[in-house]
Design a protein around this ligand. Structure first.
Ligand SMILES: Cc1cc2nc3c(=O)[nH]c(=O)nc-3n(C[C@H](O)[C@H](O)[C@H](O)COP(=O)(O)OP(=O)(O)OC[C@H]3O[C@@H](n4cnc5c(N)ncnc54)[C@H](O)[C@@H]3O)c2cc1C
Ligand SMILES: NC(=O)c1ccc[n+]([C@@H]2O[C@H](COP(=O)([O-])OP(=O)(O)OC[C@H]3O[C@@H](n4cnc5c(N)ncnc54)[C@H](O)[C@@H]3O)[C@@H](O)[C@H]2O)c1
Length: 470
């Protein structure tokens, strides 16, 4: 006889989205169970956001020291101690991971189930420990995992993904990075700035899904100062006695030798083994349950989805928001509440920072540009590289999106995302104070272009001149 556990809301997956869903469901009065085979802390803490930012922090430091000469400061020979760099990445990473595990350990005892779950019906799950769970509603929060297609997988120990890269004891001498999305770009630049001989490849023509050609061209120029970039190429990797030989063809062709290949080829949702055919929900062409982003509900069912597995915006803050929405609505079934979603934005932690916010050059959108190569504060700091394109709706001049690669880009991206979500126009922003001398002043150029291109007026009570270097 199968032991069957019962609850109001069962959550499959104990990562960021699952933890948030369980918390929201319990807060809304539901009895909950959260199921995960490991409860090993989140992807973000173990192999995602945090270790990648730790590696980038080391690279940034090395780069800054390398730039010291620009300011007349002589620092002598810099030596990068690769094993020490990787040790700090891991020890700080382990601390973050431990904190996420501690927060799971603090949950009431009867909430967590250490097992792998699969559907046995729309309201029933089977666990790999032989037990079953019956729930009024179920939240799928199983995350995503790195893609490693055939020719890459065949490289054996000569290929790594983001799951293994932070375990390297030593920095490789020569590294091929295939995939110029967020993961590939961030890690390629970090390793290059730590002295690794890196080359970056992508079958596509656009890095980090940047929409504006002008911003993309600036990004490419910046990345090419750190490494060769091969876009629009088919990559054929092959293991040899010294490492990996990479041959490429397409927009151009060539061959080069590396010690290791980092595959950053996307992260498909983790749906294998969930037996979704028994869940009685509709799937899209990629097998992802169709769902409404306002409720995270799958059709009219009692099943909800949250985080990377939903394949909407595989980002940490979205996973956490998805989870809160799904958990609350799973508890509120059958009366889900619609939530207006945040303006979308993604920040890629290159130096300078790359970001895409909101919508792009939709029909009739007006664009404004700002260039940071001669911007005052950026020049003062020797960080004067990058450009920004703002998109505004015509004819009202309401800001709808932006693409940028710019110094202080993560802060500009937040300001712009908040302004867009608040429905501000270019003119509204120009009425706000801009401190001098700051990187933020660089925005004025783009905002003024938008005012000039739309019927909205430049604010009458503001100076339209520019302080030195603004
Ligand atoms: C290298 C890297 C860098 C990143 N950097 C950033 C960044 O800077 N900013 C940002 O916003 N995002 C970043 N991300 C993305 C971010 O980490 C993810 O969007 C986020 O962690 C997804 O959370 P999740 O809850 O969906 O998945 P996870 O945290 O992976 O949780 C999924 C859980 O489901 C469990 N599970 C799977 N199958 C089953 C099953 N059948 N039964 C039970 N449990 C199951 C797994 O064990 C896992 O614990 C990065 C990702 C990577 C890889
Ligand atoms: N800073 C951040 O917020 C951050 C950082 C890292 C990751 N992430 C999240 O993780 C997700 C996954 O990141 P990712 O970079 O792996 O995926 P991605 O989908 O962003 O990029 C994958 C890239 O690999 C290329 N590619 C795929 N197959 C290829 C092949 N066979 N040969 C050559 N190129 C190939 C694609 O053209 C694409 O440019 C991102 O979508 C992002 O949401 C976010």
């Amino acid at each position: 006889m199968v032991e069957t556990l019962r609850c109001d809301v069962a959550v499959i997956g104990g990562g960021t989205a699952g933890i948030s869903a369980e918390r929201a469901a319990r807060k809304n009065g539901a009895s909950t169970l959260m199921i995960d085979p490991e409860f090993n802390g989140t992807t973000c803490a173990n192999v995602g956001c945090m270790p990648s930012k730790l590696l980038i922090a080391a690279a940034k430091e090395a780069h800054r020291i390398g730039q010291a000469g620009l300011f007349g400061i002589k620092v002598g020979d810099m030596r990068i101690d690769g094993p020490a760099v990787m040790r700090r990445v891991r020890s700080e990473r382990d601390r973050f991971a431990r904190l996420t595990r501690d927060s799971i350990a603090e949950l009431p005892d009867d909430v967590t189930l250490r097992a792998r779950a699969r559907f046995d019906g729309p309201n029933r799950l089977l666990l790999d420990d032989g037990r079953a769970v019956e729930a009024k509603s179920i939240v799928i929060a199983t995350g995503s995992s790195p893609a490693l297609p055939g020719p890459f997988a065949e490289l054996g120990d000569r290929v790594i993904t983001s799951d293994g890269v932070f375990e390297l004891e030593e920095l490789p001498r020569r590294l091929a990075v295939v995939g110029s999305g967020a993961i590939g770009l961030e890690l390629a630049q970090a390793f290059a700035r730590l002295g690794v001989d890196v080359a970056l490849f992508d079958k596509g023509e656009r890095m980090a899904k940047i929409r504006c050609p002008r911003v993309h061209a600036a990004l490419r120029t910046i990345i090419e100062t750190d490494m060769p970039v091969h876009l629009g190429v088919d990559v054929s990797p092959e293991a040899d006695e010294n490492g990996v030989v990479v041959r490429w063809s397409g927009s151009h062709s060539g061959e080069a030798h590396f010690d290791l290949l980092l595959a950053a080829l996307g992260r498909p949702p983790q749906l294998d083994g969930l037996d979704l055919e028994k869940a009685d929900i509709e799937l899209d062409e990629n097998g992802v349950p169709l769902h409404d982003r306002a409720t995270m509900r799958c059709g009219e069912s009692g099943i909800f989805i949250a985080g990377d597995v939903a394949s909407d915006l595989p980002l940490l803050h979205e996973a956490s928001h998805d989870g809160a929405i799904a958990g609350r609505n799973a508890a509120a079934l059958p009366a889900p509440i619609e939530t207006e979603r945040h303006v979308s934005f993604s920040i890629v932690f290159t130096d300078p920072t790359t970001a895409s916010i909101g919508e792009s050059e939709a029909d009739g959108a007006v664009t404004g540009h700002a260039d940071f190569s001669d911007q005052g504060r950026a020049r003062v700091e020797g960080r004067n590289r990058g450009t920004l394109t703002l998109y505004a709706a015509a004819p009202d001049g309401r800001l709808i999106g932006a693409d940028l690669v710019a110094p202080a880009g993560e802060h500009l991206a937040h300001m712009l995302a908040w302004a867009i979500q608040s429905g501000k126009t270019a003119s509204d922003l120009l009425e706000l104070p801009f401190y001098h001398p700051t990187i933020e002043e660089g925005l004025k150029q783009a905002l003024r272009t938008i005012c000039a291109a739309t019927p909205i007026t430049l604010p009458q009570d503001q100076d339209t001149g520019t302080p030195p270097g603004a």
